[in-house]
Design a protein around this ligand. Structure first.
Ligand code: ASP
Length: 329
């Protein structure tokens, strides 16, 4: 009895501390911040704002705000979260940049694989190749002719070295064996604004940013970067780059959610559970699908699988970046 009693008390105390911790996140009135490492109004920002809405209910009505800390292809915002207090109140929503920055920026102040808790993949988003409204080419075939006739004087916008648009642009130039002048922005929102204003010639960007402008005919649309044509009404007539003659061209962007390393396991579980509920939210699914995104339903919504997937993507894109010698530093 004498021996068992303290043990029972101790384990009850451990259990209640554990339970209290899990229950107390998120604490009443405490705001959760999702850091988006690109500018407001772009595709990553859009996913974050829609997700914040869908996460609110499963996180007990918590206030969730988006903080745009843009620059250097997502590495500035990611560094901010890597250094944040690991309590679940500062999260990062990043796209494929999470897998390209370790190779593009050889002097990162953080480690993508060891400085974060992985909370789950959110979606996969195709990209589109689009042009300024005054570009004379009206389809992909004409675009290739225009590119050949204007070699050396074509501007290709991107959302910073390491961004998805940068990656897509690198692949496009390699496939066409043409060098274009890169015009970097801190996000795709200012990039597409300048494209619509005829300040730059071409941009490759996620459908979550381009489908509305394509539908409104504010930009010229040439192709999608997926293996198959899309079914989204505004995008279904666009050919794939593969069928247009770029046999190796296939790229899909994904978004994931992260917390700083050492965020308590119970908090990680609470956020992952909430994410799984959000990914089934019919309103969220409807909004994302209308923009061409596909909500994740596979094993990558589990933290361990999310991490494995990112590690595989780091290896995949690292090889592409090394072969292209496309370092940012
Ligand atoms: N979609 C952009 C990119 O090219 C980033 C952004 O969300 O603004 O990576």
């Amino acid at each position: 009895m004498n021996i068992l009693f303290p043990l029972a008390v101790a384990s009850a105390a451990v259990l209640s501390t554990f339970g209290a911790h899990a229950q107390s996140f998120p604490a009443n009135g405490k705001t959760i911040t999702i850091v988006v490492p690109f500018t407001a109004g772009g595709p990553t920002d859009r996913v974050a704002r829609d997700l914040a809405e869908a996460l609110r209910k499963p996180l007990g009505g918590a206030t969730i705000v988006v903080d745009n800390t843009a620059g250097a292809g997502s590495s500035i915002g990611a560094a901010k979260v890597a250094r944040a207090t690991p309590d679940g109140y500062t999260l990062l929503l990043n796209h494929i940049g999470m897998a390209t920055i370790p190779s593009l920026y050889r002097k990162l102040s953080f480690n993508v694989e060891s400085d974060f808790e992985y909370l789950g993949i959110i979606n996969d988003v195709p990209m589109t190749l689009i042009g300024k409204p005054t570009l004379p080419a009206n389809n992909y075939k004409e675009l290739v002719q225009w590119v050949a006739a204007n070699k050396g004087s074509i501007n290709l916008a991107n959302a910073g070295v390491g961004s998805a648009s940068h990656l897509c642009g690198l692949m496009f130039q390699a496939e066409l064996k043409t060098d274009m002048t890169p015009v970097p922005y801190k996000g795709a929102a200012p990039a597409i604004a300048d494209l619509m204003g005829n300040q730059v010639d071409l941009l490759c960007d996620q459908t979550t940013n381009t489908s509305g402008q394509i539908e409104a005919k504010k930009v010229k649309a040439y192709a999608v970067t997926t293996g198959k044509r899309l079914t989204t009404p505004s995008l279904k007539d666009l050919p794939t780059l593969k069928e247009s003659g770029l046999g190796n061209f296939e790229v899909t962007i994904w978004h994931g959610l992260y917390a700083p390393k050492d965020t308590p396991a119970a908090v990680v579980k609470t956020i992952n559970d909430a994410l799984k509920v959000a990914l089934k939210d019919p309103e969220f699914i409807k909004r994302e699908e209308a923009l061409g995104a596909v909500i994740a339903t596979d094993k990558r919504i589990e933290p361990a699988e999310h991490k494995k997937f990112v590690q595989a993507e780091i290896a995949k894109w690292g090889a592409v970046i090394k072969a292209a010698g496309a370092y940012a530093d």
